[in-house]
Design a protein around this ligand. Structure first.
Ligand SMILES: Cc1ncc(COP(=O)(O)O)c(C=O)c1O
Length: 432
């Protein structure tokens, strides 16, 4: 395997990108014209030529996440190990619907997920699967929570149920609105709880709305606590949410899509205290774990409920493999599925836990620097008192003073130089 070759290609590419623009200036018409002029698929083309053209398109018409001055968005630059992983996956094309077709791939995923589940403090028997991303993991959580709370949901749907409701905040990820639509709950099943000044869930408002809904005949069944909200990185009070959910018999889902990686860091994991009590957790490897998209993860302490939610029996699939093996198509949303987990496995194996801790803690220090720079430049308001938490946490940008657009990035040479150093020592750009 040509690891060195791939690494040197990736490094050469990063060096070239570093001296170019970060954001492309292009219109849809320009790209459509280029494609229409070259590709009517009427005759075969030389692969080298097409490959070169596609590379040129990506090079020119793409936001470059490996650029040393790229601060924004979650999309990480990726480790060479994870690039190799995705190449291997494309080559062998394992099918992860069943265990029997891809034993090695299944066991590599199981091993990786079990390791991370134990970091989150989940019990040994917890269920875990790779997903396309955080939205699918959140969808899985709602389906399993509904299945457990309302045993008739699987067979009869929502028909005979007393209007189930889910509790989120304005800061929660909006995948839950789409999920409410897709599951048939309806978008009005989403209750938006007020937030405190630091953008975390207001527990009194939660208690008030749950009680009010019960009084009005609704059926509260799930609370979503976010560990690292999308816009500001706020962390809901997880231990208190866990206590509340236990006392009210509600499912606690923790959406740690990007913040979950902090569980590896001895310095940061305290911010996630309480996550071990969650009924289910979302965590994306394609965010702070710096692997290529799409790699989400869904963890659930109630393996039996997961099996109940996603069970399927057909004559055209192989029978269940004897022993402790689980066929993923009977324990997750997807059926035919790509070998998602290899990129996380290979990156973890290559960098080791200590490599990840170093990278994550370094980036948290970068977050502190960014926060301080914005505050001292009067360009942001710290909305949470937390320090040593990733870039942009607790910072509400006031928009760019020059063009008025949001987000405002700091024109801070110190932050920029530190960011360039961070790129050299680690490979992730994690921010808003
Ligand atoms: C907190 C949170 N949850 C869920 C998601 C959705 O994840 P994905 O885009 O991987 O589907 C995001 C995406 O940014 C997020 O920030």
């Amino acid at each position: 395997m040509a690891f060195d070759e791939i690494r040197s290609v990736a490094e050469k590419l990063a060096a070239e990108i570093a001296v170019g623009p970060i954001v492309p200036s292009v219109t849809p018409q320009e790209i459509r014209g280029h494609l229409a002029a070259r590709y009517d698929f009427s005759k075969p083309l030389d692969l080298d030529e097409v490959g070169a053209d596609v590379e040129a398109m990506l090079r020119t018409w793409q936001v470059h996440v490996t650029h040393p001055r790229y601060f924004g968005l979650f999309n990480p630059s990726v480790t060479p190990a994870s690039i190799v992983a995705d190449t291997l996956v494309a080559m062998y094309n394992p099918q992860l619907a069943t265990w029997r077709t891809s034993p090695a791939a299944n066991e590599i995923e199981r091993h990786t997920l079990a390791w991370l589940a134990s970091k989150f403090g989940l019990p040994a028997g917890a269920s875990a699967s790779f997903t396309s991303g955080g939205a699918e993991a959140n969808l899985s959580a709602v389906i399993v929570a509904l299945t457990r709370a309302f045993p008739s949901y699987g067979e009869h749907g929502l028909k005979h149920l007393p209007a189930p409701t889910i509790y989120v905040t304005t800061e929660s990820h909006h995948s839950f609105n789409k999920i409410a639509h897709m599951t048939g709950l309806g978008r009005r099943a989403i209750r938006t709880i007020a937030t405190e000044r630091n953008l975390t869930m207001d527990l009194r408002d939660l208690a008030r709305q749950v009680a009010e809904d019960r009084r009005r005949g609704f059926a509260p069944f799930m609370v979503v606590g976010t560990a690292g909200t999308t816009a500001a990185g706020a962390i809901d009070p997880l231990p208190e949410l866990a206590r509340f959910c236990r006392s009210e018999n509600l499912w606690l889902h923790v959406d740690a899509a990007w913040g979950g990686a902090a569980i590896l860091s001895p310095r940061l994991r305290g911010h996630l205290a309480g996550i071990e009590a969650a009924d289910s957790i979302t965590c994306d490897a394609h965010k702070w774990f710096s692997v290529p998209m799409g790699a989400g993860m869904f963890f659930c302490r109630h393996a039996a409920a997961v099996g109940e939610a996603f069970h399927a029996e057909t004559s055209y699939m192989p029978g269940k493999t004897a022993g402790p093996a689980v066929d993923p198509y009977t324990a997750s949303v997807q059926w035919s599925r790509r070998f998602i987990g290899l990129k996380l496995f290979l990156a973890l194996a290559h960098h080791g836990e200590s490599g990840y801790v170093e990278m994550i803690e370094h980036q948290a220090r970068m977050g502190d620097l960014l926060r301080e720079s914005l505050a001292s430049a009067g360009r942001g308001t710290a909305s949470t008192p937390r320090s040593s938490w990733p870039p942009c946490t607790g910072i509400r940008s006031r928009g760019c003073p020059r063009c008025g657009s949001a987000p405002a990035l700091p024109s801070c040479a110190r932050a920029s130089r530190a960011s360039a150093r961070a790129r050299r020592t680690s490979r992730t750009s994690c921010a808003r």
